[in-house]
Design a protein around this ligand. Structure first.
Ligand SMILES: *Cc1c(COP(=O)(O)O)cnc(C)c1O
Length: 365
């Protein structure tokens, strides 16, 4: 059986170092917001090419706190992709704003910059972009639109650690870049963790307060903050894996090359562009008989995933909030299939997946 992903496999190559780091923290006796967090913040900021990194408890909080720190008028409209993971939309609502959905491009799964103009209202103050599946959004076009209309930009980088447009990493195009280190992400902790990167000194200072009860100095509270701190244990474990992130990305990119070269032409592949450095958090193909193809793969020993089975506007939680028709989001959610592409998979695994898919096409010709 080829699993979609086994986290124990993905972390196996780091096990001795992870155990040593965990032991160091436990024996050290300092568990929340200490030198491991400070060191990780420094190292991750350097990796991304940003001036500041603020560790937080998870990716959703990174998004909520970044939106709050912008201090937009309550109830502002925030543009967001109609097919993003629900967390991006929850963050906008939790920060007191109104999500306004923009449809994606089918070939990239990412927000279509050409549709921003028609989604704008007089109440629009920000764009929250998601670099979905590890592919950068077109920040050239989106950034130009935001500048023209005076909009703030928050990047959801939960799936795009190390992804680049040209030489620039995702997370550094907007006002803030929000990362999740949930265990399955390209840089994954052993539990929940997140971070925000920014080049804005004032925003960074506000975020350092907000994550810790609105306080940077013990028992002195400047803002109405929350408890969303990154703990020392997760920071120490992330420091073990960060130096290997680019190697892990190269492994995933090599697996993607095998898919691009060997998948039969009946499946729709993600569009590749020369100036985009895709980190393939997810390798998402499209096929009209997605469910039959998925069952066939399972019958032949290959586990896959669907990202995501239900689009945000069809979720019960969004009744009365996300109004309107979103046919492109529906089309993606009905046809997307995520193929195995983890650091624990081999070239042979992926070549086998391609053969099984070719077998399905043969049987259904
Ligand atoms: C995982 C994810 C999040 C949320 O991150 P958590 O750490 O699970 O809170 C937000 N946005 C996207 C696109 C994600 O994939």
């Amino acid at each position: 059986m080829i699993e979609y992903e086994s986290l124990a496999n993905s972390n196996a190559q780091f096990m001795a170092e992870l155990e040593a780091a965990a032991s160091r923290v436990i024996r050290g006796g300092w568990y929340v917001l200490g030198q491991e967090v400070a060191a990780f913040e420094h190292e991750f900021a350097q990796f991304v090419g940003a001036r500041h990194c603020i560790g937080v408890a998870n990716g959703l909080d990174a998004l909520i706190l970044s939106l709050e720190a912008l201090d937009l008028p309550k109830g502002s409209d925030v543009l967001v992709a109609s097919n993003t993971y629900i967390a991006t939309i929850l963050a906008i609502i939790r920060a007191g704003h109104r999500p306004v959905l923009v449809e994606p491009e089918l070939a990239t799964f990412n927000m279509d910059a050409a549709l921003l103009g028609s989604a704008m209202t007089s109440n629009t103050r920000a764009i929250c972009v998601t670099h979905l599946f590890g592919k950068t959004c077109r920040m050239d076009a989106i950034g130009a639109f935001a500048a023209e209309h005076g909009l703030r930009v928050i990047e959801d980088c939960a799936q795009s650690h190390g992804a680049r447009l040209g030489a620039q990493m995702t997370g550094t195009f907007g006002d803030a870049g929000c990362f999740s280190f949930y265990p399955t992400k390209n840089l994954g902790a052993v539990g929940d963790a997140g971070a925000i990167v920014t080049n804005d000194d004032a925003l960074a200072d506000r975020l350092r307060h907000l994550r810790n009860y609105g306080s940077k100095q013990k028992y002195v509270n400047r803002y109405v903050g929350v408890n969303s701190r990154l703990d020392e244990l997760q920071a120490a474990l992330l420091r073990v894996k960060l130096p290997h992130l680019e190697a892990m990305t190269l492994h995933k990119r090599a697996l993607a090359e095998i898919y691009f070269a060997n998948l039969p032409n009946q499946v729709a592949l993600p569009r590749q562009r020369a100036d985009e450095y895709d980190v393939f958090h997810i390798f998402g193909i499209r096929h009209p008989q997605r469910d039959a193809l998925r069952q066939y793969l399972l019958d032949h020993g290959v586990k896959t995933e669907v990202h995501y089975p239900i689009p945000p506007h069809r979720q019960e939680a969004m009744h009365g909030i996300l109004l309107g028709e979103f046919p492109l989001a529906d089309a993606l959610h009905n046809t997307e299939l995520s193929l195995p592409i983890s650091v624990g998979h081999t070239a042979g695994d992926v070549a086998h997946v391609c053969e099984v898919i070719a077998g399905f096409m043969h049987a259904n010709d």
